[in-house]
Design a protein around this ligand. Sequence first.
Ligand code: HEC
Length: 345
Amino acid sequence: MSGGRALASQGVRAVPSLMYLERQPNFSIGPDDAENETAAAPLPSGAPAIAVKSAQNTAQSAQNLVPQGGLFWDGRVNTLQGQALEPLLNPLEMDGGSVERVARRLRSAPYAARFTQLFGPQIFDRADNAVAEALFAVARYQIEDPSFHPYSSKYDAWLEGKARFSPAEARGYVLFRDPGGANCAACHLDRPDANGLPPLLTDHQFEALGVPRNMALASNRNPRSFDLGICGPVRTDMKHATPYCGMFLTPTLRNVATRHAYFHNGVYHTLRQVLDFYDFRSTRPQRIYSHGAIDDLPAAYRANLDTADAPFDRTPAQGPPLTASQERDIIAFLQTLTDGYRPGR
Ligand code: HEC
C-alpha cells in the first residue's frame, strides 16, 4: 500500500498488525525469561513436547541478555498512543506535517463538537493536548474493543477442548512444536501464559533471522542501505548497540493466514514462501538468497544471526527439516489461528 501526500510513496516495512497488542510488554533488554514461560499452564492431554530455544552462540548470549517488547518491528515505542502518532506524521504514510497541523484537522473534523464535549471547551487551545487526547482515545479503543483481541480462533476452541483438529492440522501442530525440527513454538509461544491467559504466539523477543533483502523496496536500491531493526535507521536511540543490529521483534502468528506481506520487509507473500525460508535458510541457502548467501545483513553483524535455534542450527549435510507435505501441514495448523471460528465448520 502507498501513502504520502500523493498516495504514491512506498513505506520501508510491512505494516504490523494492530491486533493482540493489549499485553505487549515495554521494550527492555534483560535476562531471557523463557524458563518462567515453561512454568505456564499445561496443554490439553496428548499435546506434543515443548519446543526449545537455545540462543547459545549469538553475540549477546554471553550475558544472555535479550531485547524484548515494544511496538513496531524495532520496539521503538512502548505505548499505543506513541504508536498511533507515527503514521499520522510519517511523510511516507499519512504525512500529517506537524502536531499543530493534525490538531487543526481535528478541530475541523465532523466530530469536533463531540471531542470538545468529551475533553472540555479548552481542548483545542493547545495543539499537543488535543492530539494527545485523540491518541489516548484511539489507544483506549484498541484496548477496550474486543475486535482487537477476540481470541476466537479454532486453536482457542481447541485449547478449551471445544474443537478437534483435522488430521493435517494435528500433524502440523506436532511439527510446529517439534524441538529438533521446525521448532516454531520456541519463539511463537503456543501455551496459555502463567496467568492462564491464551497464548499470543510470540515470546515478544527479538531475533536476527537473516530474512532475504526485498528488492521491490525503493529504499533497497541503494546497496549500502540496510534496515538493521533495533540499530536503525528507523529507530534512532540504539544506533551503536551492535550486538542487536539486524534484530526484529517476533510477531504474533494470530491471524497470520490473513496477511499478505510477511516479515519486516514484506519480502514474502505466501505462507509457503515463509515455510521454505525456515526449511532452507541454513540447509539450502541458494534456494533463499539470489546470490546464495545472507544478503541483507552487513558482514560486521553476521555474528548476530540466529544459528543456534532449530531449524537454523542445521547444516546443508543434515538437510532440510521439513518435506513439502510437512510444510503444508504446518500451514494447515497456522490456519487454525484465524479468528472467527465457528464449531462445526
Ligand atoms: C528463533 C525464533 C523463531 C523461530 C524458531 C521461528 N520464528 Fe517465526 N518469526 C520470528 C521472528 C523474529 C520473526 C520476524 C523476523 C523479521 O521480520 O525479520 C518471525 C516471523 C514469522 C512470520 C511472519 C509473520 C508476519 O506477520 O510477518 C511467520 C509466518 C512465522 N514467523 C512463522 C514461523 C513458523 C511457521 C516457524 C516454524 C517453522 C517459525 N516462525 C519459527 C522468530 C522465530
